[in-house]
Design a protein around this ligand. Structure first.
Ligand SMILES: [Zn+2]
Length: 340
């Protein structure tokens, strides 16, 4: 308790804050590296001899509902190693914090990556804008693809394959995930059989593939990796079994309703709309009974039409038993709410 907010806590690791400017919906944070030297990327030697300074302006996580731009003072150093072919090099920061040509900090890019994976290209871009971290659709896809490629050279053995929405409802690709390491491996540009087949065929180390029940990927897997086992993942199993259960219940609904006695209608328990429907139903029953009664007393159709004012068709339908209707209580909620 009692700990004060410190400006330095705004900066990513390894940086000090020189100043903060708030301008409308934007915050600019000026930063410099805490390190007094740089490492030459060619020979690895340390240098403290600064040649010049320049500014980098990566985007960072939003702050208090404002978009954040960092202004980083980066340095160019001289490399003094005699045998090194490089004379000047640019300061590099930790890859996870800010990569050499990165336009976003590592922590922002992680969020962008997750958004891209969860929502797909265009919806994720729209959502990111509302979160005050504008990224384009193309950037999102690039980030997902780039991070997917960094699998660390590990061999794939168990993967999952599924559709991925570049643009929901319109453009779909294919996402492949490494289920052992729980990370996406690649995004393929479409859902075509040949595309996934070609990609899979180059990876014979895969022994198990989880996929949906549709035939598309199954065929590609069977052709590219005939030895691989195809399985349904846990989500599919749950989804399939719950659907089967609801179907079975739906088919027996009439019997179930009879057993629990819900075929007896209590107007007090009906919703407003249902009560209107129920009143209509009672009115129709009344009409039907009146018409049938007159007919039983020997009245002809024409006479009934004249006396009751109902149409000829209606009267005829009632007498031919075509107008018996049933009042349906609302369908059981959990059937209406089942997954689509
Ligand atoms: Zn060097």
């Amino acid at each position: 308790m009692g700990q004060q907010f410190q400006r330095a806590s705004l900066a990513p690791d390894g940086f000090a804050v020189d100043g903060v400017t708030v301008e409308g919906a934007r915050v600019q944070i000026r930063l410099r590296s805490l390190q007094s030297f740089g490492h030459c990327p060619d020979c690895g030697r340390r240098s403290r001899r600064i040649q010049s300074r320049y500014l980098r302006r990566p985007a960072d996580l939003p702050l208090g509902g404002r978009q954040v731009e960092l202004i980083v003072i980066a340095r160019r150093f001289w490399c003094d190693a005699v045998l090194c072919g490089r004379r000047i090099f640019c300061e590099r920061f930790e890859i996870g914090v800010l990569s050499p040509y990165g336009r976003r900090t590592g922590r922002l890019e992680t969020i962008v990556h997750h958004l891209g994976l969860a929502l797909g290209g265009r919806p994720a871009a729209a959502f990111a804008l509302r979160l005050m971290m504008p990224v384009s659709n193309d950037t999102l896809l690039r980030v997902v693809r780039r991070r997917s490629i960094q699998t660390g050279g590990a061999e794939l053995t168990v993967i999952g394959i599924d559709d991925f929405a570049f643009r929901r409802g319109q453009t779909y690709g294919t996402i492949v995930c490494d289920l052992e390491r729980r990370r996406p491996v690649t995004l393929l540009p479409d859902r075509a059989l040949d595309t996934s087949r070609a990609w899979l065929a180059e990876r014979p180390s895969i022994v198990t593939v989880a996929r949906d029940r549709g035939g598309g990927y199954g065929e590609a897997i069977a052709k590219a990796l005939p030895h691989a086992e195809q399985v349904a993942d846990r989500w599919r199993l749950l989804e399939n079994s719950s659907r089967a259960f609801l179907d079975a219940v739906g088919k027996s609904m009439r019997q179930i309703r009879r057993v629990i006695g819900s075929s007896v209608i209590d107007p007090k328990l009906l919703t407003c709309a249902e009560r209107l429907q129920y009143e209509g139903y009672l009115r129709r029953q009344e009409t039907n009974e009146a018409i049938l009664k007159m007919s039983k007393q020997g009245a002809a159709i024409r006479q009934i039409v004249r006396e009751t004012g109902h149409s000829r068709k209606l009267v005829r339908d009632v007498l031919r038993d075509r107008r018996t209707d049933v009042f349906r209580t609302r369908p059981v909620r959990w059937i209406a709410g089942r997954p689509g």
